[in-house]
Structure formats: structure tokens, C-alpha cells
Design a protein around this ligand. Structure first.
Ligand code: C5J
Length: 226
């Protein structure tokens, strides 16, 4: 693996990738969001828009592990007693079934339920931190920042779903805390193609106001031994 920082292709300008201080953060690749028959599909969403990100994420995660770098995972979800669920989040959307109710794969977005867990293709290895988050951003009400600080991390490669919600919120939170974020566009997904496009454009606009946008093959090439 390259151990020195190297410039890699990105928009709006090349990213100085430093593997020694960079973690991969995979956002909410959960069964209820991605699997046919899950909560996301039950709400009428086209899960194929998210499922196209599985294979690029799988390849990137394999290369990341091979290089011995820190990989982390998040899951959106709540306590079984719903004590950490804001009432506004519970009722938002006026759906027949909402967070905490019985869904296709257990109670919807409740920690420990089958649907709340990460898809098998990207399942965390022992030792890879999993952040259970009650909000859209991975920093809100979690120990993510403390873990990253303890490990000396200053850069994040952020992947997962959905581009305009939890990925964007996390990138913005990370940016405000001083992390440089690189988002490989093939590894993030939205149920809505137009939000995929604008979610990425918002990150790289204004000279990279929240971070950089690139591709997973660029990262994988940079991780290869020289
Ligand atoms: C995520 C959501 N993970 N869209 N959640 O983006 O509610």
C-alpha cells in the first residue's frame, strides 16, 4: 500500500489522499433500506437505485481491508423503548407504519431487529466499529468523533445511502469538525436519480464547500502497492 499522501482525481480539484489518516465510513447499508421486501420498498421506493452501490462498495471495502486501513459502518436506528425517537420523526410522513412498528423484517429501524442490520455483502468484520445513530448525521448523539480522534483520523471516504439524506448530513457534520471528505459517486445512492445528482453537486460546489467527489476505482488504484 502507498503510505504517503498522494493526489488523486476528484472534483472540484484533486484530493490529497493520505491513507495513514483516512477512514472509510459506510453509511446505513441496511437491509430495510436496500433489500427487496424491506421497509424502503414497502414505502414505494425503487431499491434498485440503491442496490447498484453494493458491488462498488464491496470492492472498495475489500481493497480497504486488504490495505489494513480503518473501516467503519453506521446503522440508523432507535432504542426498543423509543426513548431516543423524537416525536416529530415518529409521525413524519403520515405513513400507515412508522419507526417502531412491525415491518417486513422486524420492528422498523429498531436496534437489533433484522431489517436494521447491515446487508450481508458488506457485513462488518469483528473489530470494525459500528456506529448506531438515531439521526441522519453519523456524528449526532454518537461516539464517532471521539473514535476518529483517538485513531488520529483526519480524512473520511464516505459511502452508502442515501446520498441526499444521511450521506450529505454526515459529510456536512464531518466538514464542520475539520475532516476532509471524499465521496466516491458510484458508492452512494438515492431512491431519486435527481437527488443523486444534486446531492453530489452540493458537496463539490463552490470549490468543494463540503468535500470532494470522485470514484471508487480511483481510490482502489491508489491503495495498490507501488
Ligand atoms: C438514510 C433516510 N440513511 N433516508 N436514511 O439516508 O431516512
Amino acid at each position: 500500500m502507498n503510505t504517503k499522501a498522494i493526489e488523486i482525481a476528484a472534483e472540484p480539484y484533486p484530493f490529497l489522499f493520505d491513507p495513514a489518516v483516512c477512514a472509510l465510513l459506510i453509511i446505513d447499508m441496511q437491509r430495510d433500506f436496500l433489500e427487496p421486501g424491506g421497509f424502503g420498498e414497502m414505502l414505494g421506493n425503487d431499491v434498485s437505485q440503491l442496490r447498484r452501490t453494493i458491488e462498488p462498495n464491496r470492492r472498495l471495502l475489500a481493497a480497504w481491508r486488504e490495505a489494513g486501513l480503518l473501516a467503519m459502518h453506521t446503522r440508523e436506528g432507535h432504542r426498543a423503548d423509543l426513548a431516543d425517537l423524537p416525536p416529530c420523526k415518529k409521525i413524519r410522513g403520515r405513513a400507515a407504519q412508522s419507526i417502531g412498528d412491525s415491518g417486513p423484517m422486524g420492528r422498523i429501524l429498531i436496534r437489533g431487529e433484522a431489517g436494521q442490520d447491515i446487508i450481508s455483502e458488506l457485513y462488518p468484520l469483528p473489530g470494525e466499529p459500528v456506529i448506531d445513530k438515531p439521526g441522519k448525521g453519523a456524528f449526532w448523539a454518537t461516539d464517532l468523533h471521539a473514535i476518529l480522534q483517538h485513531k488520529g483520523i483526519r480524512q473520511l471516504v464516505v459511502t452508502g445511502v442515501t446520498t441526499e439524506v444521511c450521506v450529505n448530513t454526515t459529510v456536512r457534520e464531518a466538514n464542520d469538525r475539520g475532516y476532509d471528505c471524499y465521496v466516491p459517486e458510484d458508492c452512494v445512492g438515492s431512491y431519486y436519480p435527481e437527488f443523486q445528482d444534486y446531492g453530489l453537486r452540493m458537496i463539490k460546489a463552490q470549490g468543494g464547500i463540503f468535500g470532494w467527489v470522485g470514484r471508487s476505482d480511483t481510490l482502489i488504484a491508489a491503495l495498490k502497492p507501488i
